[in-house]
Design a protein around this ligand. Structure first.
Ligand code: SF4
Ligand code: SF4
Length: 200
């Protein structure tokens, strides 16, 4: 079995867990097809093996969509060169507000939207809470934090829960070792593209 196949086995394993977490928190989740705020204005951390799978997805696309994505990547690379600060962008694989490589997307794309445990054990919240989306009913607008204890008063059955779904946690090499592959280096998605991707 190739490393990529072993990684896909791992994805099947964590997908079950992530889907279960979304199900547990469904009262707070507003994710739906066509909502793509989380595919915009971000860096999208990708490990080497995640990017390799993304490129397998790219190969399945129509020639027109491949060309569109090549052009977008080229433009983003040019834009990035002009910036000195952190470069946040719309993912080049987002077409008509839908992920064109859904089955091949990275781990951050699968877990985003849930509350997550940070490395210092404080809860992290998805930024779309500030757009009236996930967990927004529990947002304290002054502190920018979730008011957990308010959930019953507001009629929710489940409390909001932060899970171990940060990108760092889910791409720990110790997890990969159990499945027989390595994740490799992390870079923002755009940094994985080499010139020969769009100069063809
Ligand atoms: S995580 Fe937030 S922005 Fe992304 S699809 Fe769900 S509701 Fe929309
Ligand atoms: S790969 Fe798909 S899900 Fe991930 S950021 Fe890009 S368009 Fe969104």
């Amino acid at each position: 079995m190739s490393d990529l196949q072993k990684y896909v086995e791992y994805l099947i394993f964590i997908n079950q867990k992530i889907n279960n977490f979304f199900e547990k928190q469904k009262e707070y989740i507003k994710c739906q097809k066509g909502c793509a705020k989380c595919c915009q204005n971000a860096e999208f951390p990708y490990k080497k093996i995640e990017f390799d799978l993304l490129m397998e997805g790219f190969k399945t696309l129509s020639k027109d969509n491949q060309q569109l994505i090549r052009e977008r990547v080229k433009n983003l690379k040019e834009e990035q060169k002009k910036r000195e600060d952190k470069f946040e962008y719309t993912c080049p694989f987002l077409i008509d507000n839908i992920c064109s490589v859904y089955d091949f997307r990275g781990i951050i794309c699968r877990s985003f939207g849930l509350m997550f445990n940070r490395e210092n054990n404080t809860p992290g919240i998805p930024f779309c809470i500030f757009d009236g989306l996930n967990y927004s009913a529990l947002l304290n607008k002054e502190t920018g934090k979730v008011i957990t204890e308010k959930y019953k008063e507001l009629g929710y059955k489940q409390p909001p829960i932060a899970f171990n779904v940060s990108h760092n946690f889910l791409t720990d090499e110790a997890m990969a070792k159990g499945f027989g592959f390595t994740f490799g280096e992390t870079k923002p998605m755009i940094d994985w593209f080499e010139d020969d991707f769009y100069n063809i």
